[in-house]
Design a protein around this ligand. Structure first.
Ligand code: ADP
Ligand code: MG
Ligand code: MG
Ligand code: MG
Ligand code: MG
Length: 625
């Protein structure tokens, strides 16, 4: 989950005196980055993926809290051969999670595309070398019974001092200090445990009010939590609600991300903008999480859960009480959709697309402007700087701003947005990069490869064909909400441009876009409108791929196309159906241990190839493994 430094982390009380210092030097470091890199040109289209895994006990299907031990072994390989190692392994929030990326970024498209799936396959094998016989890894977005009684191996007590959660023991948190400090500091900054609330799926026997721990039907009771700053207070006060109270519910979810290096600063800005509208649609298309805390939920995607799980805004920032000790009323969590476009140099950009009343730090903005940064980019960064640094390392406060970017990265890496604009690291040959962040991880290497390859081809096509996905940023926000809805990929409509080739602003913005289904967006509306898939197919045919590459890429594209049409089910839909059809399911929205065990076994069987389920994998002829 981003930037990790070694060192001693400060508790919130001890951080406060450094907040302004870190921000101030973060801005200086940012200015140095821009000064040193604004004219940088990188020729190669370099890119890579990040895949997150969870570790389970395959006898009892509990979450295994020892991924950190596995990670230590995996990382030894990197220490021995830092430049030639095949995969890079990184810690993630959960003590049951690991993240893998290719050992070095892929370069270009073409034959590279044949390597993605083999990289993912060999990543699994790499981890499996270090597992005990009763352990398995899975690429599922949310562990279904996270936060239910005794869901971990080893078992542990809840209400620990770090998260103070009624449901999650602190031992689910990665033992690296960054993660516990982040958890505790978010809680302290906001003034109480986080409060995550999502709608429960209403089945025919689902009681309106359920005790969130025992699953017993209860009468509504008055709020017993004094710390619910969101006004979404006690769980039992709301009918058909799933209540969660710890960062681990969100940051314990797994995702699939891709990062792309673009030739220049301006190219990266353009691609950043173009991926923003796409990102919300990719969330819907990859939706893979429909069970939370042992309940079938009424949403299909994790994003809002993470958003609520790291929401450190206090009452002043939420606008509940007048501003006194804080500078801003803030409209979103630090984990949310982007608030402004930055590609002002692109021909298709219109300033009216930035129609959100952007909250930004005026002093930071001024400092950036005075140093020659243009207004739009200054606003983007000044928006990131409305947040406090959450994890400060006591031995890394005073650092050389010419050589380091830690303070900038501190702010940047805890603004978890749908797309991230990643400046080059200090003294490296790496260029300006953009990261696509919302995709949910899929069960099999084929499925994940399909989305990784799709996103890479899309980014290259955005560059080469000057594709234009601009819609007003407030519409992107609406799309993000829609993307969470149950089966939104087939049932709902998203704002999308009528013409993705038209780059000349002309006429009213409202005429540029309309509501479309994902099937229409991807597979077209007939006639001239071939949809995104049609555009990419044409584009691929110009890339001169050999037969083998063409064949495999076609399989990936076909898979994405069929996911968009609904012919291939989303993991979320498939999961719901699995539960609904399970003999132990009582149509009360509760996913008990028995159902979870069978579900996770099915996930294991599918990911290791023992069972082939064409409803989520497509025709066998179109599959590759
Ligand atoms: P974070 O967690 O901050 O997003 P990671 O280091 O985990 O960062 O992942 C970075 C991703 O970027 C990986 O997929 C990696 O392969 C890819 N990558 C690394 N170097 C480059 C580069 N020069 N250009 C584009 N992508 C890169
Ligand atoms: Mg990660
Ligand atoms: Mg990462
Ligand atoms: Mg990432
Ligand atoms: Mg934002």
């Amino acid at each position: 989950m981003g930037f990790i430094a070694e060192g001693n982390t400060l508790a919130w009380e001890d951080s406060i005196k450094y907040l302004e210092y870190i921000r101030e030097h973060g801005v200086i470091q940012l200015l140095n980055i821009i000064k040193n890199n604004k004219d940088k040109v990188t020729e190669d289209f370099k890119w890579g993926d990040e895949v997150e895994y969870i570790l389970i006990n395959n006898d009892n299907y509990k979450l295994k809290l020892r991924a950190n031990e596995v990670l230590d072994l995996l990382m030894l390989e990197e220490k021995r051969n830092p430049t030639t190692v095949e995969h890079l392994w990184r810690p993630e929030y959960g003590r049951f999670m690991i993240e893998g990326t290719p050992g070095s970024p892929y370069s270009g498209l073409g034959k590279q595309l044949l390597k993605i799936q083999s990289s993912l396959k060999s990543r699994r094998e790499n981890v499996e070398k270090y597992l005990k016989p009763n352990e398995s890894i899975l690429t599922i977005t949310s562990y279904p019974r996270m936060g239910c009684k005794n869901f971990t191996d080893p078992q542990a007590e809840v209400k620990g001092p770090i998260a103070e959660s009624k449901f999650l023991p602190d031992s689910v948190i990665n033992p690296h200090f960054r993660f516990s400090t982040l958890t505790a500091n978010i809680r302290k900054r906001r003034g109480g445990p986080v409060s995550i609330n999502i709608p429960m799926f209403r089945d025919k026997n689902t009681p309106e009010y359920l005790d969130q721990t025992t699953y017993e039907k209860v009468a509504p009771v008055l709020d017993d939590s004094d710390n619910s700053v969101n006004d979404i207070s006690s769980p039992s006060n709301q009918p058909f609600n799933i209540f969660m109270d710890a960062m681990g519910f969100g940051m314990g979810c797994c995702c699939l991300q891709t990062t792309f290096q673009l030739p220049t600063f301006d190219d990266a800005r353009t691609v950043y903008d173009q991926l923003a509208p796409i990102s919300t649609i990719m969330l819907s298309l990859t939706a893979a999480s429909s069970i939370f805390k042992g309940y079938l939920s009424d949403i299909d995607a994790r994003w809002t859960i993470i958003s609520q799980s790291v929401d450190d805004r206090n009452k002043e920032e939420l606008g509940k009480i007048p501003l006194n000790n804080n500078k801003f009323v803030i409209n979103k969590s630090r984990y949310d959709s982007i608030d402004c476009y930055i590609g002002s140099k692109s021909k298709s950009f219109r300033s009216e697309y930035n129609d959100l009343d952007l909250v930004y730090d005026k002093d930071v903005y001024q400092k950036l402007i005075e140093n020659g940064v243009d207004s739009l980019l200054s606003k983007h960064f000044a928006h990131l700087f409305i947040r406090d640094p959450l994890v400060i390392y006591s031995d890394k406060v005073e650092i050389d701003d010419e050589k380091n970017t830690d303070h900038f990265e501190n702010i940047q890496s805890t603004n978890w947005q749908t797309v991230r604009f990643k400046p080059p690291p200090p003294s490296s040959s790496i260029g300006w990069r953009v990261e696509l962040r919302p995709m949910e991880v899929q069960l099999t290497d084929f499925q994940n490869s399909a989305f990784v390859v799709f996103s890479a081809i899309l980014v290259k096509a955005i560059q080469d064909l000057k594709l234009n996905f601009y819609i007003p940023i407030t519409k992107v926000d609406e799309n993000l909400k829609t993307a969470h809805k149950r089966a939104s990929v087939v049932n709902d409509k998203f704002y999308f441009r009528k013409n993705i080739f038209n780059n000349t602003p002309n006429g009213s913005i409202e005429n540029e876009y309309e509501l479309m289904t994902i099937n229409e967006i991807f597979n077209g509306k007939g006639g001239d409108n071939k949809g995104l898939i049609g555009v990419l197919r044409d584009y691929i045919s110009t890339l001169g791929f050999d037969n083998e590459t063409t064949e495999l890429v076609n399989k990936y594209i076909k898979f994405v196309s069929k996911r968009a049409s609904g012919e291939i089910k989303s993991i979320s839909t498939w999961t719901r159906e699995f539960v609904q059809n399970h003999p132990a399911y009582k149509h009360d929205s509760i996913v008990n241990d028995e159902i979870q065990a069978d579900y996770l076994q099915r996930c294991l069987d599918i990911s290791n190839g023992t069972i082939y389920d064409s409803s989520i994998l497509g025709n066998k002829d179109d599959y590759y493994c």
